[in-house]
Design a protein around this ligand. Sequence first.
Ligand code: HC1
Ligand code: SF4
Length: 571
Amino acid sequence: AIKFTINNKKYESKTAKTILEACRENDIYVPTLCYHPMLEPVGKCRLCLVETNFGGKMVPACVTDLRDGIEITTNSPKVVNSVKSNLGLILATHNQECTSCEANGRCELQDLVYRYGVEDKFPKIFQKSHNMVDSSSPSLIRDMDKCVLCNRCVQACSLLQGMDILSMTGRGVHAIPKTAFDSPIKETECINCGACSFYCPVGAIAEHSAVRRTLDVLENKNGKIVIFQTAPATRVAISEEFGMEPGDISTGKMVAAIRKLGADKVFDTNFTADLTIMEEGSELLHRVANGGTLPMFTSCCPGWINMVEKLYPEFIPNLSSCRSPQGMLSSIVKNYWAEKMGVKPEDVIVVSVMPCTAKKDEARRDELKTESGIPETDIVLTTRELGRLIKLKKISFLSLDDSEYNNPLGESTGAAVIFGNTGGVMEAALRTAYEIALKKPMPTLNFTPVRGFEGIKEATIPFGEIDLKVAVVHQASNIRNYLKKLKNGEVEHHFVEFMICKGGCIGGGGEPKSLTSDYLERRMKGIYNIDEKQKSRKSHENEAVKQIYEQFFEKPLSHKSHKLLHTHYKD
Ligand code: HC1
Ligand code: SF4
């Protein structure tokens, strides 16, 4: 173990590599702005400067190695003054439209300025100098006058996602993360995953907010019926917006809060996750039996669809034709449920709550409009935005009694909720396909080879005549590696699940921001806990799904299913 002192107290550590890690391990506060435990430390913001007994100069704690015998001081007047003056300099170049900023209340800079009581006294020479708000993407807004040059968006986009859309350009006061040729983000190869917005410590890159529009819809209904749907991964993360822990399950409170906001019905995207399994499983069996294009690729992740359309159009035939569960639910609501309820589709507004910024972009697709040309999903809110709405309306989330989803479009099984985790769609599909094709239950429902955080997971399942080879790939950079291997003939599979974000939807770019290093593991556990506790854990046992086939769709891949539950892609 390394022995050291912090503020004259003795400590030792076996795991900490840097001074910052040693301080965090021992609950000693060191301010940071550019640091995030899921990214590489870069030592740019200079807020974590500390004094040590080695050399005279203060050193950045995030990039300075912990050494035996080091004496660290984090609370001297010299350190505190340096934090204050660095914060003052950051403020001088920062567009402080805090009151209307998407990050208001969850901004790391705001918290630091408040904590240190920093006065905004430097002249604002650089304010508005970049003069650029890029709202071209339906998913994201970039306001570079709010950028603090932490480099986190650049790292998220290149290191984590392998997309390289943003890079730091210019020096000193002219430094700024830019797209190639400074193009509006919509004109780049950006897939709208939102990783940049998740890691932005301030409001320089944020989700393209629909909070105000949703408020308007809820407060001025004018006879319209407002339906909400909530994605699998929202229920293990929304709790973090209210001070609970990652992975804490708050399905019932979330539904109750949405009712309080004024929704007329709350449906569950999980219902159509179960329905997706019926359609996608049947599509796979059909492709295998009839020599269709293989491997078949899942199609529920909109960042992934964007990636295929923009960068790998040669793989479009491999994509399952199934709409995403979000798309299926909205389609059912507007094209079937509305008629059953005796209302016009135009008088129904569907608000979907998703862990994902790319879902906003998916909802605007021409292929996902009703016959009269209105979007089937009217509004997409991220989990973060739902948190904002609940807070704005002063709903006391933590003291709400649990509420249930409305049926039948609120009924779901354990197979549906695991869609939120990487590997979940595959596991859910196998639970059903195995049982339907081989007419016997899978030996175990917990199919562990496709669980966990490994970038590319593979499994082979004896499937009657054939050995079914499957793979699960998550995080855009791993996906690009996998596709390279597939093109080179180095891998061979029948069915592959792709999720653009690390961990799957639980790691979506629209989920509550977290400064911990284990939030993904904890959210993942939360999802599997829900699955374990469900009455049924197989999609084909969902009674409401069975019913909708009996009453309307007839069977998977029927003519009606093709019209309302399937889609096509742009090449
Ligand atoms: Fe997902 Fe999906 S699981 S894509 O990861 O198939 O966003 O949570 O809603 O649509 O169901 C996201 C999550 C989500 C869809 C489902
Ligand atoms: Fe990069 Fe994703 Fe942000 Fe686009 S949304 S700039 S791909 S991190």
